[in-house]
Write a protein of this length. Sequence first.
Length: 282
Amino acid sequence: MNEKKHPNKNVSSTSRPPVGNDNEITSPLSFLGDVIMGLRFFSVLPTGASPHEIPQMNRMIPALSITSVLIGLFPALIFAITYWLGLPPLLAATFGVGAQVLITGAMAEDALADSFDGVFGGQTPEKRLLIMKDSTHGTYGVLAIVLLVVARISALGTLITHSILGSLVLWIGAQMIARQCALWLVLVLPPARTDGTAHATGALSRKTFMVGALICALLVFIFLGLFIGLIGIFVALGFMTIMVLVWTKICKDKVGGYSGDLIGALQSLVEILLLSSFILFI
């Protein structure tokens, strides 16, 4: 969720007005519309010819787990199929990660690079935010992307040697958890700027976040537990909690709040941390 224009974020004036409570899922058709909104915001996947609506955080989050599964499914299949056909695990992981980057428009990768350039390269909150808004990347940003991609490919290459199906499920699960928990920043910090994409999607209520988190937790315990067990899940979530708290403090101390780049960066960091944790238990 970075601050730069995303290919699928064009909206029309035909946005659906809120119906009742912002947190209410009024019908299956409404939920499908929320999934489509999330797909258009977080990916470049084709979603039909229906009018593009203005992204609303409180609508997208309850459907975020389903959205994340749909976004992660094709890259995971590319990864699993290429390995099943006989490619070495690291090469198969490279193809899968490449598909992920294409489908997401490299949002999280770009956000991580911008965040590292700004947070660790600027001297004041204002300067850090200005650096993050710059479309070019410095040394911190380039190295962050390189290390992220290398870590992702290495972790996936290790996981698939233990279980093809397990690596597929665990990778999709890591993306689902990471995208959900990164929004913790929105709950506990004020916006660092008022002109970014994250701020434009509106406020996120605690109730809506919890609904999304409960759906995510249910899917995690049902599917990921089959491959890493309950102990593996709790250990991975414990590492994730530490990462979220540390990054939250960094954001608060360095820029005084959250931005789309900082949310996307946390998503990237959590995904890699989870994949690394899963290796210990698969």
